[in-house]
Design a protein around this ligand. Structure first.
Ligand SMILES: [Zn+2]
Ligand SMILES: [Zn+2]
Length: 338
């Protein structure tokens, strides 16, 4: 028996409570990690509130954990005790389906989200399948690296899988936790980058993160000037948008790509897609090889999120801060267990 101590949700909408959960013996392919930092992602809030109808309580939230491996199961490969690793949205997958065997483990039907039916990283220790414990490059500052493991790979992976080229013009919609990392990645990818934001106060910061241009989405004239200007638009917000206005900003063959979990159906005119041969697509987080590639790229270009730290015991304040839209731009929790 192993007890994990952490901050758990016990029901939808309730504040997190300090809780001990028995997670049993370490599995033969599992590793155990002492948590040093854990990012706070909007999906933690959605899981706490059961927004997607699949939460399982009690659950220790947190799925952007960074720490040191303290124990490994007998059949663990590639990860050693003492190694620094990160765990993101998923903690395991089947490892034998077509998706897992082709390096797309994040598309595995049996992929186990770290905070659904599994205990997450707002804790003293976290477990994951060895393949999902991703080694961290030494040159990345671990106190800020946590958010790369979910938010970071979520906005990096579309550049790779949707074949975004360095000659492309890329728009990023929503300059928040995901969007500010997307600006940094797209800029380092070589693209001409446009930030779309409804918060004009973020314009200068968006330029600081790498945007060449900023479009205020509340300014109808600014939106009109952006018509037909972009090859790829990455939507990082989770609220419905003016889809007609955004698809109009695409060049022919352009692609509107969604990574924000918008709960409402997206209403998009077929005519707006047919003329100009445009596409709409989406993608979820990333596989272990994609996460490793993202971390390698982030280390090479020194891409890290801009973070605010909270002690883990103030997790409920941090959740409130995030929910109020005040996070600039990503929150990291520091374990402070006695
Ligand atoms: Zn996340
Ligand atoms: Zn699989």
């Amino acid at each position: 028996m192993t007890e994990i101590r952490g901050w758990a949700a016990h029901g939808a909408g309730k504040p997190l409570e300090f809780t001990c959960i028995d997670v049993g013996a370490l599995g033969p392919e599992e590793v155990e990690i002492k948590v040093e930092y854990c990012g706070l992602c909007h999906s933690d809030l959605s899981t706490k509130n059961n927004d997607w109808g699949m939460s399982q309580y009690p659950v220790i939230l947190g799925h952007e954990a960074v720490g040191t491996v303290t124990a490994v199961g007998e059949h663990t490969k590639g990860v050693k005790v003492g190694q620094r690793v990160g765990v993101g949205w998923n903690a395991s997958s089947c490892m034998h389906c077509h998706q897992c065997m082709t390096g797309q483990h994040n598309l595995c039907a049996e992929a186990l989200p770290t905070i659904i039916g599994h205990q997450g990283g707002f804790s003293d220790k976290i477990r994951a399948h060895w393949a999902w414990a991703i080694p961290l490059p030494d040159s990345l500052d671990i106190s800020a690296a946590g958010p790369l493991l979910c938010g970071g790979v979520t906005v990096f992976e579309p550049l790779a899988v949707m074949n975004v080229r360095p000659t492309d013009r890329v728009g990023v919609v929503g300059i928040g936790g995901l969007g500010h990392m997307a600006l940094k990645f797209a800029r380092a990818w070589g693209c001409e980058v446009t930030a779309f934001t409804s918060t004009e106060a973020k314009a200068d910061e968006a330029r600081g993160f790498g945007a060449h241009h900023v479009v205020a989405t509340r300014d109808a004239d600014a939106l009109k000037r952006a018509v037909g200007s972009l090859d790829f638009i990455l939507v990082t917000v989770n609220v419905p948008l003016d889809w007609a206005a955004l698809t109009a900003c695409l060049r022919p063959n352009g692609n509107l790509h969604v990574v924000g979990a918008i709960l409402e159906p997206m209403s998009i005119s077929a005519i707006d897609l047919i003329f100009g041969q445009k596409r709409v697509s989406g993608s979820p987080n990333g596989s272990p090889p994609a996460m490793a590639a993202m971390l390698d790229f982030a280390a090479r270009h020194q891409i890290l999120p801009q973070v605010e730290h909270f002690p883990m015991s103030r997790v409920n304040d941090a959740l409130e801060h995030l929910e109020a839209g005040k996070a600039r731009y990503r929150v990291v929790l520091d374990p402070d267990f006695a």
